[in-house]
Design a protein around this ligand. Structure first.
Ligand code: ATP
Ligand code: MG
Length: 214
């Protein structure tokens, strides 16, 4: 199975989500994290993780060319769960991951510029959809929302206007623990298993497992 966390816009939470999912899912699945971001954020976070003997480091894969990435995804198996973190830019590697993945997760907040950013992403998806036989569906994950914001109807209807976008039920709110935990090489559950962020990541993990039937 291959999950890609993708959005051409930078700073929306792709690495945060890929990191929390990969480190949480690796307890029960054979997870490999593919770091396609030239900044190598998660490769560095994993270096910090390696220093804590109580934690299991992630297996991280790097690919230089689209051909190498293609071969890797083609070699996918039921047992392996690959989670791909792409950089906040458009590239042939990122497009390939979108076309080949079993699930595409796109984090979006309710900030105006981010909402405008998904319009560009939608155009990329529409173009890619023309090139493939299957219908590309994006699982949009509302991320970094103000914990107090409750009226989400207009935000949700804006997103689901696109035939390519489906909303995940789980919503991740703005929580300081995402930053604090990553700095320690941990996920939010390892950092504080009672926190609200932990509950949200558990919910997200469960929702994804249900969709993928894993
Ligand atoms: N739900 C959240 N609550 C609080 N902070 C968050 C949340 N999601 C992301 N952030 C913070 O936002 C910043 C950007 O997140 P992140 O690096 O994951 O984005 P990205 O999409 O991977 O960026 P890039 O495109 O540059 O790779 C980080 O400081 C991260 O801690
Ligand atoms: Mg990133």
């Amino acid at each position: 199975m291959t999950i890609v966390v993708s959005h051409q816009k930078g700073g929306v939470g792709k690495s945060t989500i890929a990191w929390n999912l990969a480190t949480n899912l690796q307890k029960k699945h054979q997870v490999e994290l593919v770091d396609l971001d030239i900044q190598k954020t998660l490769t560095y976070a994993n270096e910090i993780r390696k220093q804590n003997k109580q934690l299991t480091p992630l297996t991280i894969k790097n690919f230089r060319t689209p051909e190498d990435l293609k071969k890797y995804i083609q070699g996918d198996s039921k047992k392996r769960l690959s989670i791909i973190d792409v950089g906040g830019f458009d590239s042939s590697m990122n497009r390939l991951a979108i076309v080949m993945a079993d699930m595409i997760i796109t984090p979006v907040s309710d900030k105006s510029f981010e909402l405008l950013g998904i319009k560009t992403f939608e155009k990329i998806i529409s173009q890619l959809n023309e090139l493939v036989e299957h219908d590309i569906k994006i699982k949009v994950l509302l991320n970094n929302l103000n914990p107090k914001k409750s009226k989400l109807d207009s935000l949700k209807s804006f997103i689901t206007k696109s035939p390519h976008f489906e909303l995940l039920d789980t919503i991740l709110r703005h929580r300081a623990d995402y930053d604090k935990s990553a700095g320690e090489g941990q996920n939010v559950i390892e950092y504080d298993k009672e926190s609200k962020a932990s509950k949200e990541i558990r919910d997200l993990t469960r929702e994804i497992k249900t969709i993928l039937k894993i």
